[in-house]
Design a protein. Structure first.
Length: 207
């Protein structure tokens, strides 16, 4: 675990507000190593009251939550780099829940893969619009998502736009491949609803 000390800013358009440019502080410029922590086998849950940059290799079933007890702040989870599993046999899995957004920041790999169940409780899952001012980081080649995405707002990882010196252009991941992880859905990480192969009849009527 690292503690982020400083970040640099970038201007972007957010999925949930298309009418104005906002300032993101997502690019890490200074951080300090805080140590390695063993996750208890009886409660594989990490809870953080703040914005989190998430990346790495998952080696067990784990639920990761970024939320705050106040009503005025809803932290985001930033998918900062590839997220992979040590094995795909169902014994490993990740559920990442953000009270706010689950976002891909400006500086991410051009070819990126993330595995897991990603939930944006009150916000959106996606990547903001960064113009050619931030080239080459504005354009990324491909994103592969293996798992499930749950988003309160619309999902968006690629933009087309026309503004200023950029002219007609695009931003974000040029292609995105979404793959459903059936094994993870049936045996998910803690605090995550599971999917069953058993069908049941549900009667619904309006009164």
């Amino acid at each position: 675990m690292y503690e982020v000390l400083n970040t640099s800013s970038a201007q972007s358009i957010h999925v949930d507000n298309l009418s104005s440019w906002q300032t993101d502080y997502d690019t890490i410029t200074s951080e300090v190593w805080r140590g390695t922590y063993t996750i208890p086998s009886g409660c594989r849950l990490i809870f953080v009251e703040g914005k989190v940059w998430l990346e790495g290799v998952v080696a067990s079933k784990l639920a990761f939550v970024a939320a705050h007890i106040s009503t005025s702040y809803a932290p985001d989870i930033l998918l900062n780099n590839n997220i992979t599993y040590t094995t795909a046999d169902g014994s490993v899995g990740l559920t990442a829940i953000a009270e706010g957004n689950v976002r891909f920041p400006l500086r991410v790999p051009s070819t990126m893969t993330v595995r897991g169940i990603f939930i944006a409780q009150t916000g959106y899952y996606g990547r903001n619009l960064y113009t050619c001012t931030y080239a080459p980081w504005d354009k990324r080649t491909s994103l592969s998502v293996i798992g499930t995405v749950v988003s309160n707002e619309r999902v968006g990882t690629r933009w087309t736009y026309s503004t200023g010196s950029c002219g007609s252009n695009w931003s974000g991941f040029n292609t995105r491949t979404d793959s459903y992880d059936k094994v993870l859905a049936q045996t998910p990480p803690p605090f995550t609803p599971s999917y069953s192969l058993d069908s049941e009849f549900v009667l619904w009527e309006e009164e």
